[in-house]
Design a binder for this molecule. Sequence first.
Ligand SMILES: O=P(O)(O)OP(=O)(O)OP(=O)(O)OC[C@H]1O[C@@H](n2cnc3c(O)ncnc32)[C@H](O)[C@@H]1O
Ligand SMILES: [Mg+2]
Length: 191
Amino acid sequence: MAARKQLTFVTGNKNKLREVQQILEKTPSFPFEIVNRDLDVPEIQGTTQEVAIAKCRAAAKILNGPCLTEDTALSFHALSGLPGPYIKSFLSSLGHSGLNTLLDGFSDRSATAICTFAYCSSAEAEPILFEGRTEGKIVQPRGPSNFGWDPIIEIDGTGKTYAEMEAEEKNKLSHRYKALELLREYLTKQG
Ligand SMILES: O=P(O)(O)OP(=O)(O)OP(=O)(O)OC[C@H]1O[C@@H](n2cnc3c(O)ncnc32)[C@H](O)[C@@H]1O
Ligand SMILES: [Mg+2]
């Protein structure tokens, strides 16, 4: 059997990489083998889509070939979608408790976790986006603090935070899983 073609997933985040690999292990029809490169790619300011497109373009230019990038946003509805794509710096500055405090005074604590994969088929190609969303609400931390804001989002209909779920459970309903399903469909059709 011919070896599967490789696709470079540019991320410095080991937790993202682990989840992508776990999800794809359950998806035997995925047409590429994912290999990781940790490149320092600038992340611009803008909408989640603008940030994702610029990052993928920059990574494809550095690699001079096809690549995959991923951006994760966490949008609080009461704050018109903020922190959104800026969640990484909000989390590192404010921590779990500070993110909760941002919503004090609002009755609406709902939030959307958004995962945006961007795929460039060559260094010059326009990035194509694949977006997955999962709804929840921001709560005081519950469960292990292994990955970002997992302990402070309780996922609708489960009564659990992402951090309280086994990997398998998160990977069946997560923003990342949903985005990866769309990417898989697209790449499978491309042949
Ligand atoms: O190299 P890249 O892929 O950019 O990795 P990153 O860690 O910088 O990731 P982002 O720029 O997309 O920032 C997203 C932030 O949200 C966190 N995060 C991403 N996915 C998450 C998930 O499924 N659960 C909890 N936190 C997550 C992540 O740790 C970052 O703090
Ligand atoms: Mg980043």
